[in-house]
Design a protein around this ligand. Structure first.
Ligand code: NAP
Length: 439
């Protein structure tokens, strides 16, 4: 039997885990899945909304991949700091970059830097218990917030709005850390505004996610009717879109809510964040479609009071030293998943932040096929290889092993039992590392 290839996969989100599974199932490779965090699964753990239990259960499927022979987790290693990609290429026969989109796009409007105006990546990371989240900011800020604006009409915007809208009871069975639930419970938010620069027919949220917003315990929906005529947002031949429009029409027929309200403003683009040191209002300009089908401003402005503004206008990948990167798309430069012979990419950092979790499986498998095609052509071959752990030890970096992750997992489940729920996410990096070390 041929000596197996030794592959390093950088990033343990869905794309990395599906790549690892495809490599291991081939019987031709052993895989080290490297992540900068002490816990694996990337956006499945730190992005999928904690109240979306069925999507979050993908974790269990991904977790079983560690049981495959030759697949190891090496957490708490920051590629680009603790080890560079070119060093990984020396230590392994091939490297697959699947580190996703950790940053987000900016609105590019004045006042965006004011306190209280954040990216969805930051807010989502915080409520999912990401160890690098700015706890001090969210825990001090959210209790002061009465009005929030979420910019964007995608599923992330819907997640953010829903989490802000739910009651403590509605969030009580999630695995959110206790400090997150306590902070959200202490926020006395009365109004949440979702702002989108185009119409409901162009929104990228999906029907199931949209419908949930109309089923909240203590928050009603109100639709700002500006721009909602046949010429702008309403006409469509797409059935998925038609279902969304039905939901919105249904909401428009309901009586206006009297309590906590989720307001939708379509055809409104962000112009400015107003405030003195911190956000006080979001100024939007009403838009319309011009003759060419593009949106343009009408000149009519609307001031929406908001002490908390979450831009949810798309995630973005960031480059790694020495790896060709397209700044305009936030993706690694590649052809069919190959960066160069021996260096590959899959997932969001390959194709941009789109699709559902399962999209990454097909994508990762395609990249693995590319890698094996290169191996068959003699461009990638098994070598005696190097020792990443030895390399890291010389720098004082101790990775979290698969056993370390299992110990963190067990500790989270034990914590969950105390509250009668499946698990509670441990958000503190030092605590996670201490648990892993004992293992
Ligand atoms: P997205 O679907 O691409 O939505 C981005 C939104 O931002 C769009 O409404 C876009 O409007 C708007 N936008 C972009 N630039 C803007 C600007 N300068 N000013 C105002 N608005 C702007 O991205 P996402 O919501 O971050 O989601 C990422 C991916 O994760 C998607 O594939 C999504 O379906 C998936 N996801 C799925 C779920 C789920 O299945 N439950 C949950 C979360 C995320 P335009 O269309 O006008 O550009």
């Amino acid at each position: 039997m041929q000596q197996p290839l030794r592959i390093a996969v950088v990033g343990s989100g869905p794309a990395g885990m599906y790549a690892a599974a495809a490599l291991a199932e081939s019987g031709r490779a052993s895989v080290d899945v490297i992540d900068r965090l002490p816990a694996p699964f990337g956006l499945v753990r730190y992005g999928v909304a904690p109240d979306h239990f069925s999507i979050r259960s993908v974790r269990d499927t991904l977790d079983r991949i560690w049981d495959q022979p030759g697949v190891r987790f090496l957490g708490n290693i920051t590629v680009g700091v603790d080890v560079h990609v070119h060093e990984l290429q020396e230590l392994y026969d091939a490297v697959i970059l699947t580190y996703g989109s950790s940053s987000d796009r900016h609105m590019g409007v004045p006042g965006e830097e004011l306190r209280g105006c954040v990216g969805a990546t930051d807010f989502v990371a915080w409520y999912c218990g990401h160890p690098d989240a700015d706890r001090a900011f969210f825990e001090s800020w959210l209790p002061t917030v009465k009005h929030a604006v979420v910019v964007g009409l995608g599923n992330v915007a819907v997640d953010v709005a829903r989490v802000l809208a739910k009651t403590p009871e509605e969030l009580s069975t999630t695995d959110m850390p206790a400090h997150v639930r306590a902070t959200l419970a202490s926020a006395a938010i009365t109004d949440i505004h979702i702002v989108g620069r185009r119409g409901p027919a162009q929104a990228t949220f999906t029907n199931k996610e949209l419908k949930e917003l109309g089923e909240l315990e203590a928050t009603g929906v109100s639709i700002d009717r500006h721009g909602l005529d046949e010429e702008t947002g309403w006409s469509t031949g797409d059935r998925g879109v038609a279902r969304n429009l039905d939901v919105i029409r249904g909401w428009m027929e309901r009586p206006e809510p009297t309590g906590k309200t989720l307001h939708f403003h379509f055809m409104a683009r962000p112009i400015e964040v107003k405030g003195n040191g911190s956000a006080e209002a979001m100024v939007v300009e009403r838009t319309h479609f011009d003759a060419g089908g593009q949106i343009s401003g009408t000149g009519e402005l609307l001031d929406i009071p908001a002490e908390f503004i979450v831009r949810s206008i798309g995630y973005r990948g960031v480059g790694l030293p020495g790896v060709p990167f397209d700044e305009s798309t936030g993706t690694v430069v590649h052809a069919e998943g190959r960066v160069t012979h021996g260096l590959y990419t899959a997932g969001w950092v390959k194709r941009g932040p789109s699709g559902i979790i399962g999209t990454n499986k097909k994508d990762a498998v395609a990249t693995v096929h590319q890698l094996f095609a290169d191996a068959d052509a003699g461009f990638v071959s098994a070598s005696s290889g190097g020792d990443l752990e030895g390399f890291l030890a010389s720098k004082g970096v101790v990775p979290v092993s698969t056993a370390g992750w299992r110990a963190i997992d067990q500790a989270e489940r034990a914590l969950g039992q105390e509250f009668g729920i499946e698990r509670v996410t441990i958000a503190d990096r030092a605590t996670m590392l201490a648990i892993a070390e004992q293992a």
